[in-house]
Design a protein around this ligand. Sequence first.
Ligand code: K1U
Ligand code: ZN
Length: 171
Amino acid sequence: MIRPILIHPDPRLKKVCDPVAEITPEIRALASDMLETMYDAPGIGLAAPQVGVTKRIIVMDCIKEGDPEPIALVNPQIVWSSEDLSTYEEGCLSIPEQYAEVKRPAEVKVRWLALDGSEQERQFSGLWATCVQHEIDHLDGKLFIDYLGPLKRQMITRKMEKLKRERARAS
Ligand code: K1U
Ligand code: ZN
């Protein structure tokens, strides 16, 4: 099921999300809906708060060509970050059509719970590293525009308020 994606500003996008206590059929269904919603958007990642669920779950697939590689991460934690940084022009499905350069660690090691209940650990680099950090930020109520200066952030927020007004009027 495709779920509607919340648009910034929304208080649910500013919350620190709750850890998942147990992998249940509801959690698996949520992860499946999130992947469907992400591919439909289209996007390379999605965090549960973006569909209004303030739980610590993210999904990703950063393969742009070739066989898809979907992954769902429950309670993801960054356990190591590289000292070297990389800059990427990020976007966000909750901030449509706005892009800005963000500097983050080039590589990160992440530990999480998979949907079969097993503990996983993987080192991410390239776009995967950028994306997993962007998605974990969502779980802590942080958006990529929070890395920008106040003027740029305010300009983008005003554009999103206008977009939401227009969408409400059209519906
Ligand atoms: O979390 C999100 O809002 C999803 C976001 C993830 C992301 C993008 C870029 C850098 C870091 C994190 C997106 O997927 S925006 C859309 C996008 O990047 C894309 C869409 C279609 C094809 C390729 C990329
Ligand atoms: Zn985002």
